[in-house]
Write a protein that binds this ligand. Structure first.
Ligand SMILES: *[C@@H]1O[C@H](CO)[C@@H](O)[C@H](O)[C@H]1NC(C)=O
Ligand SMILES: *[C@@H]1O[C@H](CO)[C@@H](O)[C@H](O)[C@H]1NC(C)=O
Ligand SMILES: *[C@@H]1O[C@H](CO)[C@@H](O)[C@H](O)[C@H]1NC(C)=O
Ligand SMILES: *[C@@H]1O[C@H](CO)[C@@H](O)[C@H](O)[C@H]1NC(C)=O
Ligand SMILES: *[C@@H]1O[C@H](CO)[C@@H](O)[C@H](O)[C@H]1NC(C)=O
Ligand SMILES: *[C@@H]1O[C@H](CO)[C@@H](O)[C@H](O)[C@H]1NC(C)=O
Ligand SMILES: *[C@@H]1O[C@H](CO)[C@@H](O)[C@H](O)[C@H]1NC(C)=O
Length: 419
């Protein structure tokens, strides 16, 4: 009953907003050619090599993984098969929620971490999580017809996608260790998996960096929190299924408008930014970005995920616990986990040297939530606080090169030099 009332209220609100917000479209900008290039073409157009690889997970997902094997003006060292040749060490970059591998290569070469690492001498790999634009494939299920395809959350990305990609890359490159950089969800799955009792990944990662680190979510400012209001909604999963269905997360334009009014209430930005779910959830503030580049971001984002993954985030916002997906009742959890509550994750066992870059103005990685990480992580080797970065600035800001990547690479070179 409460849910129905809330839903009715919501619908009326949405109607009002739809009627009142028919402002004129923003004036068209000069069309940037990078809007029309796919990731392969984008990377090649900047003078870098790009290979596409397919990584099969244990449970049948086929992940699109991209490789920039060397920088602009050097050739591949694997062209000769001399057994003594020193080959570039691999680094895996892992995108955040609703994002894709393209996030690392969308700016100019000296501003994008993907290119900068390649020019520094690394063999750069760009991962994609199950369900996004590049990883919408499975050996058995069709994402357009089978609900089973969308039955996953970040638990599955941590348990299977991440280790599968890392062993694939180590096998191809014949290295035993890899460096890792995660943004947002890319850090969440790392915190969940790197110290996991069932995982021996620790031996195979020499260093990792967390940009906009996420584990606890109880204090976020993102409007996603309005989709888990405890006072009104008891059963988050049912509520989300009502609003979004139960397979791919494709919010309707009404919901986007509704969330957009929260997100953009105090921030003046182009209307298109406030209609993009990635910007809405991560924060539409673009003061640290190159404004002329925003059409390129909008052309490539969002990347896509499952409703179940979003529900898992909503659960974490409410519980403020770092734990697996909650199936809702002790009986259902018992069926999935052999215990009545979802298993907890722990970051204490992580031994991999870790660098953390965080900010006071991050809508998704709030300083209060980040303090849980500092209190529990035992392998911190470096941390840097940035006062005014929002969640997407860590990958797209025009100043990220100077403020983050230079220090990140200094640290990486200590524990994981390029060759
Ligand atoms: C990008 O487009 C080119 C040309 O159509 C194609 O060969 C390539 O496979 C595409 N890459 C991806 C990742 O779709
Ligand atoms: C790479 O070579 C091109 C010419 O092929 C040159 O224009 C460019 O400045 C060089 N870039 C670097 C980073 O050395
Ligand atoms: C990045 O490259 C552009 C030219 O492509 C140059 O104008 C700019 O100064 C460079 N920035 C940095 C931080 O190196
Ligand atoms: C490693 O790669 C080889 C091909 O280079 C392949 O035959 C083998 O199955 C791979 N092993 C694993 C564990 O992926
Ligand atoms: C992981 O590291 C261990 C210890 O160095 C090594 O024996 C193993 O081959 C590595 N795994 C891979 C997939 O390279
Ligand atoms: C900002 O983006 C525009 C459009 O892509 C690009 O032409 C320009 O060089 C960028 N400026 C800087 C300083 O990055
Ligand atoms: C639960 O326990 C049963 C019996 O001990 C075992 O067969 C099953 O694999 C366990 N399931 C999980 C998810 O651990």
């Amino acid at each position: 009953m409460q849910i129905l009332l809330f839903y009715l209220g919501l619908s009326i609100l949405l109607l009002l907003i739809a009627v009142c917000s028919s402002a004129p479209l923003s004036t068209p900008q000069k069309h940037d050619p990078d809007c029309d290039l796919n990731i392969t073409q984008l990377i090649q157009s900047k003078g870098y090599p790009c290979e596409e690889h397919k990584v099969l997970t244990k449970d049948g997902y086929i992940l699109g993984v991209f490789r920039i094997s060397h920088g602009r003006n050097s050739s591949s060292s694997s062209s000769s098969s001399s057994s003594t040749a020193v080959t570039r060490r691999p680094v895996l970059l892992q995108h955040g929620l609703l994002d894709t591998a393209t996030t690392w290569v969308m700016n100019l070469p000296n501003q994008s971490l993907g290119y900068i690492l390649a020019d520094t001498g690394y063999d750069v790999w760009l991962g994609n999580m199950r369900g996004n634009h590049f990883s919408r494939a499975h050996t058995k299920y069709d994402p357009d017809h089978d609900n089973e395809f969308w039955d996953f959350s970040w638990d599955d990305m941590a348990r299977d996608d991440l280790p599968s990609m890392i062993s694939y890359i180590l096998n191809v490159t014949k290295h035993t260790q890899i460096g890792y950089v995660g943004h947002s969800q890319g850090t969440l799955i790392a915190f969940a998996q790197f110290g996991h009792i069932d995982s021996n990944l620790q031996n195979n990662i020499s260093f990792w960096a967390a940009l906009a680190p996420v584990a606890h979510l109880g204090h976020i400012k993102s409007p996603i929190k309005y989709l888990a209001p405890a006072a009104v909604v008891k059963d988050i999963e049912r509520y989300w299924h009502l609003l979004f269905g139960s397979d791919e997360f494709l919010p309707s334009s009404y919901i986007l408008t509704w969330l957009g009014t929260y997100a953009c209430a105090e921030i003046i930005v182009e209307r298109a930014v406030c209609e993009n779910i990635l910007f809405i959830l991560c924060g539409p503030e673009t003061k640290n970005m190159n404004d002329s580049r925003i059409p390129v971001y909008l052309a490539h984002e969002p990347g896509g995920t499952s409703v179940k993954n979003m529900v898992h985030y909503a659960q974490s916002i409410r519980s403020n616990l770092f734990q697996s997906y909650d199936y809702g009742s002790p009986k259902d959890n018992e069926l999935h986990y052999n215990q009545t509550t979802p298993p907890m994750y722990s970051i204490r066992p992580i031994k991999i040297p870790t660098a953390i870059f965080w900010s006071g103005d991050d809508w998704l990685a709030d300083p209060v939530d980040v303090s849980y990480i500092f209190d529990n992580l035992q392998s911190l080797v470096y941390e840097k606080y940035i006062t005014d970065y929002n969640h997407l600035d860590f990958v797209w800001s025009i100043s990220a090169n100077k403020i983050i990547y230079t220090d990140l690479i200094d640290q990486m070179q200590k524990y994981h030099p390029p060759n």
